[in-house]
Design a protein around this ligand. Structure first.
Ligand code: UD1
Ligand code: UDP
Length: 373
């Protein structure tokens, strides 16, 4: 065998960790020709560590960068500066990044400066509007420009890359490894190999699970979302659970506005197993999260997306995800329809997997192996 190839996975936030952990694990199990190592920027700290614990990934390098209330410029600068010595210290054959965060973009740029080829997982998602989601749409565009390999989750994502002139031979439709993660955890919960969390407040009423964290919604959007939930929580047949994101621009106003509202459980961010368990037990989800838009159709749960646009049109087209904006009236109206109209609810609960079949990490590990061979 030729010398072992050195591959560095770089990630920093909760969703990147959830989606790259299955790829790291697969590569370590099935690709002896590759040494897969992990560098976390820790753009997130506690929310990242929850995922590392869950997937039993111990980072080889931890840049430990998060600061409270960090700005986009500061976190970008710190990642570039702190990552460079790691990129310099080994003859890396490839850096693997995922998605559209500041870590994704800055790690791609740093690797480009060091002449290291970049593989981008979840490539090709686009809204076509640099303002939505902000700054993620720009991060994706920059990362695509820098990457050597593009792992697109869907044919639509592949088309977006082709339309921008990405060489066809460098794009591979693999599905999203986030679906590997959610399906494996849901199956283990279903079979009792993982233990369900005991939530004493869960009482059998229809459960609405909420998450929100997008920068476009800071201020008025978060206010509108809170107003909608306060109204929905007045219904005697529902209960609301919201594991609140640690961003102070989110947890500050949400705790202030909803902390004492009866029938709303504000929770700390949940570890991944607990959150998948909560999704399984939910009646519907209200979210602006990218990952949850992908996971919920695999679990057959309807999603109302509290954004004006999405880079994940497949589930919207299939009718299991609906855009409602961060607008109180629309959120209440659409959620009420789903709670009261059984036919409409059934239409949105069809289980389908537009974002992957649970085997994306196998494909991605094999394709990287072939590229490096
Ligand atoms: C980031 C990503 C966003 C992704 C989201 C997933 C960028 C610009 N944004 O947004 O694309 O969808 O993560 O959740 O890359 N914090 C903690 N503990 C944590 C995590 C965050 O205290 O474990 C607080 C800190 O005060 C931190 C702030 O949240 O400064 C913001 O974190 P940051 O990663 O900059 O932005 P997010 O809004 O989390
Ligand atoms: N998630 C979690 N715990 C929570 C809320 C969400 O593990 O309390 C998971 C969720 O299942 C999904 C991911 O975190 O896989 C989504 O992360 P987030 O919403 O922070 O980021 P986005 O997907 O919008 O980039």
């Amino acid at each position: 065998m030729d010398s072992v190839k050195q591959v560095l996975f770089v990630f920093g936030t909760r969703p990147e960790a959830i989606k790259l952990s299955p790829v790291v694990r697969r590569m370590r199990q099935a690709c002896p020709e590759i040494a897969a190592r992990v560098c976390v920027t820790a753009q997130h700290r506690e929310m990242l560590d929850q995922v590392l614990d869950c997937f039993e990934i111990r980072p080889d390098f931890d840049l430990d960068l998060m600061t409270p209330g960090q700005t986009l410029a500061a976190v970008t600068a710190r990642i570039l500066t702190a990552l460079d010595p790691v990129l310099e210290r080994e003859p890396w054959d490839m850096v693997v990044v995922q998605g559209d965060t500041t870590t994704t973009m800055a790690a791609s740029l740093g690797s480009f400066y060091r002449g290291i080829p970049v593989a981008h997982v979840e490539a090709g998602l686009r809204t076509g509007d640099l303002a939505q989601p902000f700054p993620e749409e720009l991060n994706r565009v920059v990362t695509s420009r820098l990457a050597a390999l593009h792992f697109a989750p869907t044919e639509g994502a592949r088309s977006n890359l082709l339309a921008e002139g990405t060489p066809e031979g460098r794009i591979f439709v693999t599905g999203n490894p986030g679906i590997d993660a959610v399906l494996s955890v849901a199956e283990a919960l279903g079979q009792g190999r993982l233990t369900s969390r005991d939530w004493p407040w869960l009482d059998g009423r229809k459960l609405i699970v909420v998450t929100a964290h997008r920068r476009e919604s800071f201020g008025d959007g978060i206010e509108q979302i809170c107003g909608a939930l306060a109204e929905l929580a007045r219904r005697p047949d529902v209960q609301v659970a919201w594991p609140v994101h640690r961003n102070p621009r989110v947890c500050g106003p949400v705790t202030e506005r909803l902390g004492d509202v009866p029938n709303i459980q504000l929770l700390d961010p949940l570890d991944y197993v607990a959150f998948v368990d909560l999704m399984r037990r939910s009646h519907l989800l209200l979210t602006d999260s990218g990952g949850i838009q992908e996971e919920a159709p695999s679990l057959g749960k309807p999603v109302l997306v509290m954004r004006e646009s999405t880079e994940r049109p497949e589930a919207v087209d299939a009718g299991t995800v609906k855009l409602v904006g961060a607008d109180s009236c629309r959120i209440v109206c659409e959620a009420t329809r789903l709670l009261d109209d059984e036919a409409e609810y059934c239409r949105m609960t069809r289980i389908h997997n537009p974002y992957g079949d649970g085997h994306a990490s196998e494909r991605i590990a094999a394709l990287i192996g072939r590229y490096l061979a």
